[in-house]
Design a protein around this ligand. Structure first.
Ligand code: ADP
Length: 260
């Protein structure tokens, strides 16, 4: 009888967990539909203006820019939500391999160079050769998202520094720590616990003005965890913010050489 009660308890827990997942999925779809509507409404409104004010070149230019901007936001929303949903729903498996860290960090910095220049922000790198056990595409996504935030939430004349070093975790496993530090606008105290939540933006004004979706950091966290890594906000204040990503250096299910 005791065994049956335990089994029943387990089944009830599994059902509750499924219900919770279904609820999360519904909420995700509800949020994403709402988020998709906002830029679409803008695009439609500006497209109508194009039609009405054919002869006003300033207005045409503004409408063109806004349409480009909002379309970019839509693209990013669709891309990030597809990535997030494939991670959650299909329990997406990453294809981890031994990856050289420097070329990836270097390429990520290069890829954000043009955007940084546009916003008068300088990207510095301080890189140390080494390998990690990771999926190279996912690692690139993680670094691009964090660097993009460092550039986007910065001030003209500011900097973003990407660096890496080796460390040992509390269980004695070797890991690579990647830090992304900016001299930007900082994250308010009350928002620090929530920035990794899907769709969370500190204030819709400051995020939207910078093309934000609120999905970037939740994607970064899911990707890091899929690779047996972590991501955290180290500190943030008026002088800027710093994020740290850790990734295992060795295959997570094998002990590092020095322990064998
Ligand atoms: P978004 O797509 O809006 O940038 P994220 O999930 O990447 O969404 O970030 C969530 C919120 O955290 C953002 O709205 C932004 O206000 C804040 N944030 C993220 N990174 C930084 C940073 N480096 N400096 C200041 N604020 C940041």
């Amino acid at each position: 009888v005791r065994q049956l009660t335990e089994e029943k308890q387990k089944l009830l827990e599994a059902v509750a967990r499924l219900e919770e997942l279904e609820q999360q999925q519904k909420q995700f779809i509800g949020n994403i539909s709402h988020e998709l509507k906002t830029p679409l409404t803008s695009i439609i409104a500006y497209a109508d203006l194009l039609e009405m004010y054919r002869d006003d070149s300033d207005l045409l230019e503004e409408a063109r820019e806004r349409i480009r901007e909002e379309a970019g936001r839509l693209y990013s929303l669709v891309e990030k939500s597809l990535q997030l949903s494939s991670l959650d729903i299909y329990d997406f498996q990453t294809k981890a391999e031994i990856v050289q860290i420097v070329p990836i960090l270097h390429e990520a910095a290069e890829r954000l160079q043009a955007k940084a220049e546009q916003l008068s922000v300088t990207i510095h790198t301080s890189l140390t050769e080494g390998t990690v056990w990771a999926d190279p595409d996912n690692l690139m996504h993680i670094v691009l998202n964090l660097l993009d935030n460092g550039v986007k939430y910065n001030k003209p004349g500011g900097t973003v520094t990407i660096a890496n070093h080796r460390a040992v975790d509390p269980q004695g496993a070797e890991q690579m720590v990647i830090t992304i530090k900016d001299t930007g606008i900082g994250i308010p105290e009350e928002a620090k616990d929530r920035i990794f939540d899907p769709f969370y933006t500190v204030s819709s004004d400051r995020s939207r003005a910078r093309g934000g979706t609120g999905l970037g950091l939740s994607l970064v966290r899911s990707l890091a965890e899929k690779q047996h890594g972590t991501v955290q906000l180290m500190h943030s204040g008026p002088e800027g913010s710093a994020f740290a990503v850790t990734l295992p250096i060795h295959r997570p299910d094998t002990a590092p050489d020095y322990l064998l």
